[in-house]
Design a protein around this ligand. Structure first.
Ligand code: THU
Length: 135
Protein backbone atom coordinates (compact mmCIF):
# COMPACT_ATOMS: atom_id res chain seq x y z
CA UNK A 1 0.00 0.00 0.00
CA UNK A 2 1.56 3.30 -1.09
CA UNK A 3 1.16 6.58 0.85
CA UNK A 4 -0.95 7.83 -2.07
CA UNK A 5 -3.33 4.85 -1.80
CA UNK A 6 -3.57 5.29 1.97
CA UNK A 7 -4.34 9.01 1.57
CA UNK A 8 -7.07 8.12 -0.94
CA UNK A 9 -8.70 5.85 1.68
CA UNK A 10 -8.48 8.71 4.19
CA UNK A 11 -10.22 11.01 1.69
CA UNK A 12 -13.05 8.47 1.35
CA UNK A 13 -13.32 8.23 5.14
CA UNK A 14 -13.47 12.03 5.38
CA UNK A 15 -16.70 11.81 3.40
CA UNK A 16 -18.23 9.94 6.33
CA UNK A 17 -17.29 12.60 8.93
CA UNK A 18 -20.01 13.70 11.31
CA UNK A 19 -19.06 17.32 11.92
CA UNK A 20 -22.21 19.47 12.05
CA UNK A 21 -20.73 21.88 14.61
CA UNK A 22 -17.27 22.73 13.28
CA UNK A 23 -17.93 21.88 9.64
CA UNK A 24 -14.31 20.61 9.61
CA UNK A 25 -14.23 17.15 8.06
CA UNK A 26 -11.35 14.80 8.82
CA UNK A 27 -10.55 11.32 7.54
CA UNK A 28 -7.84 8.87 8.54
CA UNK A 29 -6.63 5.53 7.21
CA UNK A 30 -4.49 3.37 9.48
CA UNK A 31 -2.34 0.63 7.95
CA UNK A 32 -1.40 -2.38 10.07
CA UNK A 33 1.94 -4.16 9.76
CA UNK A 34 0.09 -7.05 8.11
CA UNK A 35 -1.47 -4.80 5.49
CA UNK A 36 -4.99 -4.32 6.78
CA UNK A 37 -6.50 -0.81 6.76
CA UNK A 38 -8.84 0.68 9.35
CA UNK A 39 -10.44 4.00 8.52
CA UNK A 40 -11.89 6.67 10.78
CA UNK A 41 -13.63 10.01 10.60
CA UNK A 42 -14.26 12.69 13.19
CA UNK A 43 -17.48 12.22 15.12
CA UNK A 44 -18.74 15.34 16.85
CA UNK A 45 -21.28 15.68 19.63
CA UNK A 46 -23.72 18.35 20.76
CA UNK A 47 -21.98 18.30 24.15
CA UNK A 48 -18.67 18.98 22.31
CA UNK A 49 -16.24 17.18 24.65
CA UNK A 50 -17.32 13.64 23.58
CA UNK A 51 -16.10 14.47 20.06
CA UNK A 52 -13.63 11.95 18.70
CA UNK A 53 -11.00 12.78 16.08
CA UNK A 54 -10.66 10.77 12.88
CA UNK A 55 -7.25 9.40 13.89
CA UNK A 56 -8.49 8.08 17.22
CA UNK A 57 -11.60 6.63 15.61
CA UNK A 58 -9.29 4.67 13.28
CA UNK A 59 -6.96 3.56 16.09
CA UNK A 60 -9.74 2.53 18.46
CA UNK A 61 -11.55 0.68 15.70
CA UNK A 62 -8.36 -1.26 14.86
CA UNK A 63 -7.45 -1.95 18.48
CA UNK A 64 -10.96 -3.18 19.22
CA UNK A 65 -10.47 -5.72 16.43
CA UNK A 66 -7.30 -7.01 18.09
CA UNK A 67 -4.72 -5.07 16.06
CA UNK A 68 -1.59 -3.92 17.90
CA UNK A 69 1.11 -3.29 15.28
CA UNK A 70 0.82 -0.37 12.91
CA UNK A 71 2.85 0.67 9.87
CA UNK A 72 1.51 4.11 8.93
CA UNK A 73 -1.46 6.47 9.04
CA UNK A 74 -2.81 8.92 6.47
CA UNK A 75 -4.82 11.98 7.49
CA UNK A 76 -6.73 14.57 5.50
CA UNK A 77 -9.07 17.31 6.57
CA UNK A 78 -10.69 20.53 5.58
CA UNK A 79 -13.62 22.84 6.09
CA UNK A 80 -16.63 21.31 4.41
CA UNK A 81 -14.40 18.47 3.22
CA UNK A 82 -12.29 20.68 0.96
CA UNK A 83 -8.57 20.13 1.44
CA UNK A 84 -6.81 23.48 1.36
CA UNK A 85 -3.81 22.55 3.51
CA UNK A 86 -2.46 19.61 5.46
CA UNK A 87 -4.22 18.76 8.74
CA UNK A 88 -1.69 17.68 11.38
CA UNK A 89 -2.99 15.34 14.13
CA UNK A 90 -3.97 17.03 17.39
CA UNK A 91 -1.99 16.50 20.58
CA UNK A 92 -4.38 13.93 22.01
CA UNK A 93 -4.16 11.81 18.86
CA UNK A 94 -0.36 12.09 18.92
CA UNK A 95 -0.40 10.70 22.47
CA UNK A 96 -2.58 7.77 21.36
CA UNK A 97 -0.10 7.08 18.56
CA UNK A 98 2.73 7.14 21.10
CA UNK A 99 0.98 4.37 23.02
CA UNK A 100 0.97 1.96 20.09
CA UNK A 101 3.54 3.11 17.57
CA UNK A 102 7.33 3.42 17.41
CA UNK A 103 9.09 6.81 17.16
CA UNK A 104 9.65 6.39 13.41
CA UNK A 105 5.93 5.75 12.74
CA UNK A 106 5.07 7.72 9.56
CA UNK A 107 2.14 10.11 9.38
CA UNK A 108 1.17 10.95 5.81
CA UNK A 109 -0.75 14.21 5.61
CA UNK A 110 -2.61 14.82 2.39
CA UNK A 111 -2.62 18.38 1.08
CA UNK A 112 -4.12 20.13 -1.92
CA UNK A 113 -3.29 18.96 -5.45
CA UNK A 114 -2.45 15.46 -4.22
CA UNK A 115 0.58 16.70 -2.31
CA UNK A 116 1.62 14.44 0.58
CA UNK A 117 3.73 15.57 3.53
CA UNK A 118 5.18 12.77 5.65
CA UNK A 119 6.37 13.30 9.22
CA UNK A 120 7.55 10.88 11.91
CA UNK A 121 5.85 10.51 15.27
CA UNK A 122 9.08 11.46 17.10
CA UNK A 123 8.99 14.84 15.35
CA UNK A 124 5.32 15.46 16.16
CA UNK A 125 5.62 14.43 19.80
CA UNK A 126 9.18 14.77 21.09
CA UNK A 127 10.10 13.97 24.69
CA UNK A 128 6.81 12.11 25.08
CA UNK A 129 5.38 10.25 28.02
CA UNK A 130 5.28 6.64 26.87
CA UNK A 131 4.33 3.15 28.11
CA UNK A 132 7.99 2.63 29.10
CA UNK A 133 7.60 5.25 31.84
CA UNK A 134 4.82 3.28 33.46
CA UNK A 135 5.88 -0.32 32.93
N1 THU B 1 -10.10 16.82 14.37
C1 THU B 1 -9.71 15.57 13.97
O1 THU B 1 -10.54 14.75 13.57
N2 THU B 1 -8.40 15.27 14.04
C2 THU B 1 -7.43 16.10 14.49
O2 THU B 1 -6.30 15.68 14.69
C3 THU B 1 -7.75 17.52 14.72
C4 THU B 1 -9.19 17.83 14.88
C5 THU B 1 -11.52 17.15 14.33
C6 THU B 1 -12.17 17.33 15.69
C7 THU B 1 -13.32 18.24 15.36
O3 THU B 1 -14.43 17.44 14.98
C8 THU B 1 -12.86 19.05 14.17
O4 THU B 1 -11.72 18.37 13.66
C9 THU B 1 -12.50 20.47 14.50
O5 THU B 1 -11.58 20.54 15.52
Amino acid sequence: MTPKELVQLAVEAMGRAYAPYSGFYVGAALLTEEGRVYTGCNIENAAFSPTCCAERTAFFSAIAQGERKFAAIAVVGGKGGTITETAPPCGVCRQVMAEFCPPDFPIHMGGPDGRIETVRLRDLLPYSFSPDHVK
